[in-house]
Design a protein around this ligand. Structure first.
Ligand code: NAG
Ligand code: NAG
Ligand code: NAG
Length: 299
């Protein structure tokens, strides 16, 4: 981290910028209802909703995790929800929020991943993102967050068009995955995807590389969800109209093809302060870096 005072000043500055500059990302949100738009796969006991149905609680116990997914697939759009993660001792627990072209981990799937890796009480969560194309992944990045994600709800969002995939935390772009300058052959843009979320046990790898195990005495582990918004092109066979006309919707228009100046400042701050791991810097793992590593996020 930069010195505390300077990073705090930057943070406040960023917060002010965000408050004033992100109208295009809040303007067009559609309400999504659990019954109409999602299906779940977990025992009744592991899925609860608030009285008004607007907040959902997923639990993990030793016997079972819990997950939900959209009934429809989408190709391109804005996918956003607020989450509050498992508090206290959450070592070994992973809450995932991802898009995938298939129901399972099939060998030719495309996938955009956000995973929250739990930790021992008081130790920081990590957020891991990844991109898969045709069954191949290995594009991990890991970030620290600038707040405690167990204390409150925060927005986690994915913007996806043919030019870029951007992972947002609140309104801050934490990762930019490009398909610009020249064709990125590892850019998932052909297969429509479902949106999923789930909570599961991954104590074989998640926390300190698998050293910290899930403490089942602390179960159930509960993650909470609210304020879903999904503004995307819903897939229809063979081909929905909204995919072929690429500039009709805001998420496919010029402004959504690259970061705005304000977003670039936020993104630079994230890069300086909060990146823990970047596969594009891991030359031990990739003596020849994957081709997309040379694409500029600033373009
Ligand atoms: C949610 O479900 C309703 C009812 O089936 C449907 O009309 C609407 O298009 C769906 N919304 C999204 C974003 O898929
Ligand atoms: C996708 O992967 C499958 C199985 O690994 C392979 O047979 C196929 O050629 C790949 N398709 C493309 C377009 O690369
Ligand atoms: C958990 O906390 C430890 C100690 O602070 C830290 O090294 C690690 O990166 C944290 N997160 C995960 C997911 O291991």
């Amino acid at each position: 981290m930069e010195t505390r005072a300077s990073s705090m000043a930057t943070f406040l500055f960023i917060a002010a910028l965000i408050a004033s500059s992100c109208s295009s990302f809040t303007a067009a949100q559609s309400k999504v209802s659990f019954d109409d738009n999602f299906s779940k796969s977990c025992p009744e006991s592991h899925f609860k909703t608030s009285e008004d149905g607007q907040t959902w609680y997923l639990s993990l116990t030793k016997d079972s995790g819990c997950g939900f997914q959209t009934k429809e697939r989408y190709r391109f759009g804005w996918f956003s929800m607020k989450m509050q993660l498992v508090g206290g001792d959450s070592a070994g627990v992973v809450t995932a929020y991802y898009m995938c072209s298939e129901d399972g981990a099939g060998p030719t799937r495309d996938e955009l991943d956000i995973e929250f890796l739990g930790n021992r009480t008081g130790q920081p969560y990590l957020i891991q993102t990844n991109v898969y194309k045709n069954g191949t992944g290995g594009r991990e990045m890991r970030h620290m967050l600038w707040f405690d994600p167990t204390e409150d709800f925060h927005f986690y969002s994915i913007l996806w068009n043919d030019h870029q995939i951007v992972f947002f935390v609140d309104k801050v772009p934490i990762r930019v995955y490009k398909n610009a300058d020249y064709a990125n052959n590892f850019f998932p843009n052909e297969k429509p995807m479902y949106l999923f979320s789930s909570i599961w046990n991954a104590d074989d790898w998640a926390t300190r590389g698998g050293l910290e195990k899930t403490d089942w005495k602390k179960a159930p582990f509960v993650s909470s969800y609210t304020d879903f918004s999904l503004d995307g092109c819903q897939w229809q066979d063979p081909y929905p109209e909204c995919v072929s006309t690429t500039t009709e919707n805001w998420w496919d228009q010029y402004d959504a093809w690259h970061l705005s100046d304000d977003q670039k400042m936020d993104y630079a701050w994230i890069g300086r302060n909060l990146v823990i791991y970047d596969y594009c810097k891991d030359t031990e793992r990739y003596p020849t870096l994957p081709e997309e590593c040379s694409l500029s996020p600033w373009a």
